[in-house]
Design a protein around this ligand. Structure first.
Ligand SMILES: *Cc1c(COP(=O)(O)O)cnc(C)c1O
Length: 248
């Protein structure tokens, strides 16, 4: 843990922030329209504290167990506010732990898990949890989320998705505020643009045709976040550009 370079993390962070600012400028957007979520999965408590010290507020983790191991250690030592984002698939049997661990769940990928989470929150009389629905607009089989590839030309798919999102909106334990997606990995980041544009256009269509308002768009990772910002991301989830490569 002592091998964490606080200076390197701070320098990486400053680099990412300037790339975010430049992408916002190109898109005619304000830099503070885009929230940075530092993805700290498989990184140590010391990494998280270093980023917090450098000014990061939002952290992303993708496993309930790992968050259970790290959360209290971070919270005991952090001197600044920290908000935790769940960005990975949640197994049903872990749903009851989620509200105590996370401030936002970006990865709602089934109506079943949405129900489970809402139920556990209502039962334990906790305040509603802010959630995003993860949507697979690229059709890549390895990416999770509600199936939505080709929604532009498939009215039934759009209607079914809108119906599911409406049901999530109606759950008393959850507050649905947006959509999240992952683009396939491409060597050339520009190739991700249609994926991100598709999520934005889907969001706009949901508002105009069904009245479901989803202002947040979580899209963009280390490889492709400038493109995602140009296409309307309000949250980017960045791991490696801040913390370095992950060891598996
Ligand atoms: C790991 C992960 C990220 C961050 O990826 P990097 O390439 O490290 O920036 C973003 N989103 C999700 C859902 C992830 O699992």
């Amino acid at each position: 843990m002592s091998d964490v370079s606080t200076d390197l993390i701070a320098a990486n962070l400053a680099g990412v922030q300037s790339v975010i600012a430049a992408a916002c400028a190109r898109a005619g957007r304000r830099a503070d329209d885009v929230a940075l979520v530092a993805v700290s999965k498989r990184k140590s408590v010391a990494h998280i504290l270093a980023a917090s010290q450098a000014g990061v507020v939002h952290f992303g983790e993708n496993r309930v167990e790992e968050m259970q191991d790290k959360r209290q250690l971070v919270m005991d030592s952090a001197t600044r506010q920290i908000k935790w984002h769940m960005i990975g698939h949640i197994q049903s049997r872990k749903a009851r732990h989620v509200r105590n661990l996370f401030d936002t769940v970006e990865s709602i990928d089934s109506l079943k898990i949405a129900h489970k989470l809402s139920e556990s929150i209502i039962e334990s009389k906790q305040p509603p949890l802010t959630v995003l629905a993860q949507v697979n607009v690229s059709g890549e089989a390895t990416k999770g989320g509600f199936e939505a590839s080709g929604w532009e030309s498939d009215r039934d798919l759009f209607t079914a998705l809108a119906g599911t999102l409406r049901k999530i909106c109606d759950l008393p334990g959850l507050t649905l505020t947006g959509l999240m997606t992952m683009a396939p990995f491409y060597d050339e980041p520009e190739q991700t643009r249609p994926v991100f544009a598709s999520l934005r256009i889907l969001r706009d269509a949901l508002l105009h045709e069904t009245g479901i308002a989803l202002p947040e768009l979580s899209m963009g990772m280390t490889n492709d976040y400038p493109v995602a910002i140009e296409e309307g991301a309000t949250m980017v989830r960045i791991g490696r550009a801040i913390f370095g490569e992950r060891a598996y």
